[in-house]
Each structure stands twice: as C-alpha cells, then as structure tokens.
Design a protein around this ligand. Structure first.
Ligand code: SAM
Length: 238
C-alpha cells in the first residue's frame, strides 16, 4: 500500500475516537486557534456573501465553526463544502452535521470548480498530504483571485530552550500515549510526531505558498509555536 493510502487508512481507523482524543490532547485549546482563523477571515467579509471549502475536513469541526461564527459577522455563507478522502472521518462528520455538503476526495483532486471559493481552510491536514505541492496548486485553482488560503498546522519545533524542550517532550512522549490510549491505536498516534518532524518549518511552507501563487498575509504561532496559523491571499493563477 502506498504511503498516502496508509495515512488515509489510519484516519479511517481512528475516526470514531478522533474528536475525543483531539480535545484531550490539546486541552480544548485547538478551539481557540480555530476560532482565531475563522474570525480573521470572516472579519474581511462582514455583511457579504462568501463560499468556503474546508479541505481535509475530517470530522467537520472547522465547518461547524465557519457556520456558527459567520452569524456574528453577518456573513452569508452561500456554499460550505468539506472535502476528505477518508470515508471513516466523513461518516462521523455527516453524522454530526447532516445538513452540510461533503465530498470524498483528495486535496490534490478536489473535484471543485475553478475559481469558485473566497476561502479555503485546511486545519491539521496539510502535513498529511504526500503530494503537497500538487495540493497547493489545486487550492490555487479553486480559489478566486483575491481569495484566502487558511491553514492551521503543527510546525516543526525550533530549538528554543526550556519551553521548546517541554513542547517536544509533550508532542513526542505525552501526545502519542494519550491518543494511543483513547483510540486504542498506538501506531496512529506515533505517526503524529513523525509527521510533524517530516513537515516543513514555517519559512519553508511560506516559500511553497509563494511558489503556488499566494502572498503571505499572516503567520502566527500559538502556544510556543506548537501550532502556526497561515493566512495567504491568492494573487495570481498558476
Ligand atoms: C488530523 S486530521 C484533521 C481533520 C480536521 N481538519 C481537523 O481540523 O480536525 C487530518 C485529515 O486529513 C485527511 N487527509 C489525509 N490525506 C489527505 C489527502 N491526501 N487529501 C485530503 N485530506 C487528507 C485525513 O483523512 C484526516 O481527516
């Protein structure tokens, strides 16, 4: 089985316990990171219509937040679609959000229309995509000119004293144990620190976005840079 297929199989296996493990592992702090990502974009669409795609949507939490928070900004989301290749994750998402639209597809071939979306979010997903550059090109294709790419991702830890060491210890030693215990799938949660190590650092990811037709609007690290929020604007077709 190819690496990408193995990753998707792994998400199928942990889908039923994914939300519980997530909340435990982040102490619920991920919700504040997600909210900041949404509010940053919704603040640009006050009293306007917008279309949003959430790629690697998993169990749909980000879609729930887009939907909920848009009301506070008087933003009318005329289309909200979740894309994910994992049938297991989508099954949980559809159960939680029966009225939302979902597509089972990879980030590299979303099946979405050209230049349709005002924003495309991907939270804790980009690290799992083997053909990342192909996915970024696909995101460029489906976004309108001037549309926003929004990502939250665990970024490669920089060496930075005691705080950095504590963060590394938590990610490498504690997280796999909590996730493994809740999901009963140790291997899946050992993949987490490995995938963070294999992912790019902030600057490298910014460079890939520039290469794929985006201009960086914001990069912001949260909680000793465990997670980084990337917001980039599509400035040209590629
Ligand atoms: C860590 S989960 C994140 C889910 C959700 N976005 C969240 O914030 O909780 C990673 C997701 O990436 C999806 N994924 C893996 N490979 C993918 C690919 N090639 N294209 C799109 N999504 C992919 C998995 O199925 C999984 O749902």
């Amino acid at each position: 089985m190819k690496q990408q297929e193995k990753i998707i199989e792994m998400f199928n296996a942990i889908a039923p316990t994914y939300d519980k493990a997530n909340r435990f592992m982040s102490f619920g702090i991920d919700i504040s990171w997600r909210k900041e990502a949404c509010s940053n974009i919704l603040g640009k669409f006050i009293n306007k219509d917008m279309k949003i795609a959430d790629v690697a949507c998993g169990t749909g939490d980000m879609m729930g937040l887009w939907d909920n928070m848009s009301k506070g900004y008087n933003t009318n989301i005329s289309k909200l679609v979740g894309v994910d290749p994992s049938s297991g994750m989508l099954e949980v998402a559809m159960h939680k959000f029966p009225n939302f639209e979902f597509i089972q597809a990879s980030a590299t071939h979303t099946t979405l229309k050209d230049r349709e979306f005002d924003a495309l979010s991907i939270t804790f997903g980009i690290r799992n995509i083997i053909e990342r550059l192909e996915a970024l090109k696909e995101f460029n294709r489906v976004l309108k000119n001037g549309g926003y790419f929004v990502a939250l991702e665990f970024t490669k830890p920089k060496e930075c004293g005691i705080a950095g060491k504590c963060r590394d210890f938590y990610i490498k030693k504690i997280l796999p144990k909590i996730g493994g215990y809740i999901s009963k799938n140790k291997e899946a949660y050992e993949y987490l620190p490995q995938s963070i190590d294999n992912f790019l650092d902030v600057k490298e990811f910014e460079n890939e976005l520039l290469e794929c037709g985006f201009r960086i609007e914001l990069t912001k690290g949260f909680n000793f840079d465990v997670t980084t929020l990337f917001i980039a604007k599509k400035i040209r077709d590629i």
